[in-house]
Each structure stands twice: as C-alpha cells, then as structure tokens.
Design a protein around this ligand. Structure first.
Ligand code: ADP
Ligand code: ZN
Length: 215
C-alpha cells in the first residue's frame, strides 16, 4: 500500500505505520526519524535541521524534498510505503504530487488520524523514545513502559524524553500543526484521496484503512 498518514503530533502516525508494515511489507518513511538520525550522526543535513527541530519548528521544505526525492527511489519502496510526518505543508504536498507524477507512482490515499486534543496532550507529555537512532522505539510511561525503567526492550539503549517534548515545545508543535499541516486535510479532500478516521486505538485505525483499501 502507498499511504500518507496525516494527524497531529501524538495522533499515532508512527504506531499505525509500524503496524501496517507488518501487513504487506510496505516500508515506514518517517521524516522525523530520518532527521533525528542525521542530527545524531552529525551529518550536514543534521546540522542544518537541528535548531529548527529543537524549537519545534518545521525544517525548510527544500531540505525535506531533497530527502524524500532520494528516499522514494530506493528499491524497498517498490512494495509500498507509509509516509509518516510528510508532507507537512501545502508546498510539500504540491511538490510531492509533482515528484510522484515524475516517478510514475500512484498513492492509495491520505489517512487523517483524528484524535481529540486532550488525548494528544496527555500522550505527548508521557511519551518516551529510545535514544538509539537505529531503533527509535516509542514507549509511554503510563500505557506502554519499557520492561526495565529507562531501558529499551528492543536494543537496551536509554529511553528518554525527546528534546522537543517539553511542554513549551509541544504547544509550539501543536500550533505549527494547526497553522501549516492541518490545511492538508482540505488539500487531499479536494484531490478525492482523503480518509478521516476518528479513533484513539491504532487497531481501529488499521481496520478502517484495510476496509477502505478492500472496498
Ligand atoms: P511529531 O509528528 O511527533 O511532531 P516528527 O518525528 O514527525 O514528530 O518530527 C519531529 C520534527 O522534525 C518536527 O517538529 C520538525 O522539526 C521536523 N520534521 C519532521 N518532518 C518534517 C517535514 N515533513 N517538514 C518539516 N519538518 C519536519
Ligand atoms: Zn531501542
């Protein structure tokens, strides 16, 4: 399947993407994971992106499109892909449309994961992430803690609170989402590609996606 996952930070895009990869071998492409990996590696891309990310601001569209143009042409994308955290602005959505036309790729749909704001806030403040750039497993201190406190079940690295998950950066990210990313819902609706799922469980989101793909 070839999907765009839309939704506020904390809506569960990453969790849903990971579950979907198990169904048919589609790959998860998370621009946030790619950028955090680049920051940790200290690459040129990482240096350019770091300050924006720390403040909870969006990284410039040109940097993101450069990443995605390369990534979408890698062979593992042929089975399908789940775009998690991209596109994030109308210019990115326009550029993606052109890029896909150029590459001859057709998307199935854009899924808007719609979660109430109080649930989002609660999730973001209790979310913890594995600090190993190769892993980036996600935990939640309340609902899904690692077996050993502060240690990743999968790789043994420290599990930490992301630098952009302080209260201040979170409210800034949510504001940025409302201003820059929420307009994509209308964009994909107009394209006739939108599926909105109002659900707080990732299983319910997966079910709705599978039903729509089968219809
Ligand atoms: P979340 O969805 O939880 O906010 P992500 O991991 O998707 O977090 O993104 C973290 C940060 O990486 C964003 O706040 C932003 O600075 C940057 N980023 C990720 N994807 C994009 C994108 N498509 N365009 C611009 N910036 C991005
Ligand atoms: Zn880990």
């Amino acid at each position: 399947m070839k999907l765009i996952l839309l939704g506020a930070p904390g809506a569960g895009k990453g969790t849903v993407a990971k579950l979907l990869t198990k169904l048919d071998g589609s790959v998860q492409i998370s621009t946030g994971d790619i950028l955090r990996g680049a920051v940790q590696a200290g690459s040129e891309l990482g240096k350019q992106a770091e300050a924006y990310m720390k403040a909870g601001d969006l990284v410039p569209d040109e940097l993101i499109m450069g990443i995605m143009e390369k990534r979408l042409q890698e062979p593992d994308c042929q089975k399908g892909f789940l775009l998690d955290g991209f596109p994030r602005t109308i210019p990115q959505a326009e550029a993606l449309k052109q890029l896909l036309a150029k590459l001859g790729i057709e998307l199935d749909m854009a899924v808007n994961i719609d979660v109430p704001r109080d649930v989002i806030l609660d999730r973001l403040t209790t979310r913890r992430t594995c600090s190993n750039a190769e892993c980036q497993a996600i935990y939640n201190v309340k609902s899904n803690p690692p077996k050993k406190e502060g240690v990743c079940d999968k790789c043994g690295s420290p599990v930490v609170q992301r630098e952009d998950e302080t209260e201040e950066a979170i409210s800034h990210r949510l504001q940025t989402y409302n201003d820059k990313t929420a307009p994509l819902i209308g964009f994909y609706d107009k394209e006739g590609m939108l599926l909105t799922v109002t659900a707080t469980s990732s299983d319910a989101v997966i079910d709705a996606i599978q039903k729509k793909l089968a219809a």
